[in-house]
Write a protein that binds this ligand. Structure first.
Ligand SMILES: Cc1cc2nc3c(=O)[nH]c(=O)nc-3n(C[C@H](O)[C@H](O)[C@H](O)COP(=O)(O)OP(=O)(O)OC[C@H]3O[C@@H](n4cnc5c(N)ncnc54)[C@H](O)[C@@H]3O)c2cc1C
Length: 402
């Protein structure tokens, strides 16, 4: 059996506070850990917070396109955890979670010792929807900084091989990620690339407001991106794709295919498995606790979090970001016998990058596009970057550029 890292059993720490284990350092987990630090001052015995996350950097995913376009630098969008936790007692455990034992209150890691906890926060996010057909494993994902580097590498290789004729790129999925990526690549590569977007569904940005759909269609058309809806992809081969459209099979050259067909929640690891929705999200109480476990919270993409005016919150950073401080409050409340808060997601609008210096921002009855949309979106995200120190560093850098 793996050794158990129970901090309270270490010599000299008999009075240490309850152990909080946070799994996943994304929008749910990281922002919960940071919010929890604000409650520590109000506790006579501070909580011992451990964040388990395999990567060394947090990724602010909505701004990942700006790294590809060169508008933002990687450190601004993906700050290392060690910088974010500077001066804070949060312990970072860089490892993969492989199992959760809800009865024994233990977390099994891939490499490190088993972690014992008093309170658990699960925020492991989601993974890419698997390829629609088993023939399409070759498509590149675009979900984190490593994917940006991989894409850069492939683009550089294609540019190197090219003898002057444009490269052919296919983006699978006309949801937000597909639209943002296609516009970014079109601006970056200009006439050096022909870009096609394919989606099996009927519309670009199917679940978004019509004003945003129109803005996206205009932006794609302006950049010469070809869009096919009602066009299910059949297979992705080494240098072409096969898709169906208007009752016919089409074969199209694809030097590179980008896979942006949406995500599904990470599967629950460990036993027992909590109750889940048909979409494999964990059912949670309005306090974001698991129904049968007062000491376990689940948030972000993995949880069917309650929402005003809809079944549950969408799988977005906006939803995880809103839920994180509620979980932090409730952890403090549980340890101090205060009442718990309930969470109801409130939709504040939508924002999408539409290429260099172009974006659409929709909410509160307004739809801003173009440069104004881009500037508004950038500042709205700046306000949500983690830690005051990191925001300040980014602001100073932006100021130095003007
Ligand atoms: C390119 C891109 C652009 C996006 N743009 C937007 C946007 O504009 N607006 C918006 O609202 N949402 C956007 N999203 C969605 C948003 O990123 C997610 O909904 C949000 O990150 C969910 O938060 P989370 O905490 O549930 O998961 P995440 O933020 O994904 O965090 C999960 C963390 O868990 C870690 N993890 C996974 N498995 C394990 C394991 N076994 N052990 C330990 N750690 C593990 C991961 O490394 C990750 O750091 C975008 C997503 C992508 C990929």
């Amino acid at each position: 059996m793996a050794p158990i890292d129970d901090v309270s059993e270490r010599a000299g720490e008999a009075t240490a506070g309850p152990r909080v284990c946070i799994l996943g350092g994304g929008f749910g987990g990281l922002y919960c850990a940071l919010a929890l630090q604000r409650y520590q001052r109000r506790l006579s015995v501070p909580l011992r917070v451990t964040l388990v996350e395999p990567r060394d950097r947090f990724t602010f995913t909505p701004l990942l396109y700006e790294v590809l376009s060169g508008e933002l630098q990687p450190w601004q969008v993906a700050p290392p955890y060690r910088d974010l936790f500077n001066h804070s007692p949060i312990e970072l455990c860089q490892d993969w979670v492989e199992g959760i034992d809800l009865h024994q209150r233990r977390v099994t890691l891939r490499q490190g010792p088993t972690l014992a906890y008093d309170y658990l926060v699960v925020a492991l996010g989601s993974r890419l929807r698997p390829p629609a057909s088993p023939d399409s494993p070759g498509a590149l994902p675009f979900t984190n900084l490593a994917d940006v580097w991989q894409l850069e590498h492939r683009l550089a290789a294609l540019e190197h091989q090219s003898s002057g004729d444009p490269m052919h790129l296919v983006v699978a999925g006309a949801g937000p990620s597909g639209v943002e990526l296609a516009c970014t690549l079109a601006d970056r590569l200009g006439g050096r690339a022909r870009i096609t977007v394919l989606d099996r569904r009927a519309a670009v940005l199917r679940s978004y407001p019509p004003a945003m759909q129109r803005a996206a269609i205009r932006a794609l058309a302006k950049r010469g991106v070809e869009v096919y809806t009602h066009a299910p992809l059949q297979s992705v081969e080494e240098n072409h794709v096969v898709f169906h459209h208007q009752g016919q099979g089409h074969r199209r050259r694809a030097d590179l295919t980008l896979w942006t067909v949406g995500t599904v929640p990470q599967p629950w690891v460990g036993q027992p498995r909590p109750k889940q929705t048909p979409l494999a999200q964990c059912l949670v109480r309005p306090t974001l606790q698991l129904p049968d476990y007062d000491n376990v919270f689940v948030l972000g993409d993995m949880a069917a979090m309650p929402a005003r005016g809809r079944d549950c919150a969408p799988m977005t950073a906006q939803a995880a970001f809103q839920a994180a401080p509620v979980v932090a409050h409730n952890l403090w409340a549980l340890t101090t016998a205060h009442p718990l808060r309930t969470f109801h997601y409130r939709h504040l609008g939508d924002m999408l990058s539409l290429g260099r210096g172009d974006a659409v921002v929709h909410g509160f009855g307004l739809c801003l596009t173009g440069r104004l949309g881009s500037v508004s979106r950038r500042w709205a995200y700046w306000l949500r970057l983690p830690t005051r120190r990191h925001r300040w560093r980014v602001l100073k850098h932006w100021a130095s550029l003007t």
